[in-house]
Design a protein around this ligand. Sequence first.
Ligand SMILES: CC(=O)N[C@H]1[C@@H](OP(=O)(O)OP(=O)(O)OC[C@H]2O[C@@H](n3ccc(=O)[nH]c3=O)[C@H](O)[C@@H]2O)O[C@H](CO)[C@@H](O)[C@@H]1O
Ligand SMILES: C=C(OP(=O)(O)O)C(=O)O
Length: 430
Amino acid sequence: MRRIVVNRTPSLHGAITVPGSKNSSLALLAAACLADEPVVLHGIPRISDIEIFFRIAADIGAVIHRDENDAVYIDPRNIHSASIDPINAGAFRTAYYFAGALLAKFGKVSVGYPGGDDFVSRPIDQHVKALEAMGASFANYTDYYEVEASELRGADIYFDTITSGGTINAMLAASRARGRTILRNAARDPEVVDTANMLIQMGARIRGAGTDMIRIEGVPYLVGCQYTAIPDRLIAGSFLIAAGATGGVVTVKDVIPEHLDSCLAKLSEIGLQVETSESTVTVIGDGKLKATRVRTGMYPGFPTDLQQPLTALLTQASGRSLIADRVYPKRFHHAAQLSRMGANIEVRSGVATIKGGAPLRGAAVHASDVRAGICLLIAGLVADGTTTIAGVQHIERGYENIVSSFQALGASVCEETFTSEDWLEAAGKE
Ligand SMILES: CC(=O)N[C@H]1[C@@H](OP(=O)(O)OP(=O)(O)OC[C@H]2O[C@@H](n3ccc(=O)[nH]c3=O)[C@H](O)[C@@H]2O)O[C@H](CO)[C@@H](O)[C@@H]1O
Ligand SMILES: C=C(OP(=O)(O)O)C(=O)O
């Protein structure tokens, strides 16, 4: 087994180039499967979720490879099957995009149930609602579900809750459905807009992405294109939060600062100096952090994916902070781990109350999901002594070269392998 070892680091300093967005890339790769010609994608990160996608795509017949310049080439013309292996599907979140992407071509798709981070409840009823409105029917089996539609028809769909994945999936299906689809109460996330922009380059007729009403006129053929994924706003936000927690100065480069608006507003409120240029953001911390209240929401609200890293920062802010996760009220597995490190944090009904300022101490902790891992890494940087983080595979779902990226900013962090006896011994010492 592997773990990340973090030692207290006085402050992070330096600049980091932000890779392409995981959440966009997963949607763009699915959109490429919808095309009738080869597609070339740039900015696709080297993370485990993408590797799983590659595996599935190759499995169903797509030609897919990454060249020496990091461009990802996908030729969907030889896709011969719309049966997605349930084990691969369950190893990440967005296997459900294969339903939206392959239904029009194959009339029937079978997919394993979605995996990804476990926040207790992550329903996909809105995906089902949207595809059913377009004429699909669903059948559920123990390990997989089947979606079937002899023909996909445009429909007027109102999402009962704002869902980024549901909006993208419906957009994929509607791009090749017969007639017009209207998506109401659609998600406005940058990843939705990114997917729409790529589909438009492929010849799809989509208007309104980025607003809560998207209109799609289905087309029978989608051409190939070259497209670059947007930078990962969540990775950018994590490094800026880490700078703030350690009282350092970090610049994230190649970002779209507007995508970080809610995060930057919060960091300013907390007392950090934020400087932006057209494609960079710098956070300057002086170690003085003010407690705050945060409520997550769908874009442009404060992202739930930055809630966990921010929690680590707020353990260092004197006073009482409140974090309410309205998107995933049970996304607080990291709180118990922070408590092991000495944080004064209590979670009730989807709200974490943090009494900041208590010194943290290194401990053996476990990352239950991708952002919990970053939260614990940040906590490890400000804790006395050594923190060891297990569950590295979760972090690798979303962050490429996490250890070397933090090392480049001066963090005392490394990766090591360990045995379960080592783990029990470390846990026993606390
Ligand atoms: C791969 C990917 O892009 N993952 C992101 C995406 O996940 P994902 O697309 O799965 O999340 P959604 O945007 O769909 O979820 C938003 C909210 O809607 C609810 N919901 C969603 C679908 C549905 O059919 N029914 C329903 O009730 C969810 O429980 C959640 O409360 O957006 C989340 C919310 O910003 C992020 O945390 C994830 O990092
Ligand atoms: C929740 C996340 O990912 P996923 O939806 O892929 O599980 C995340 O990236 O924080």
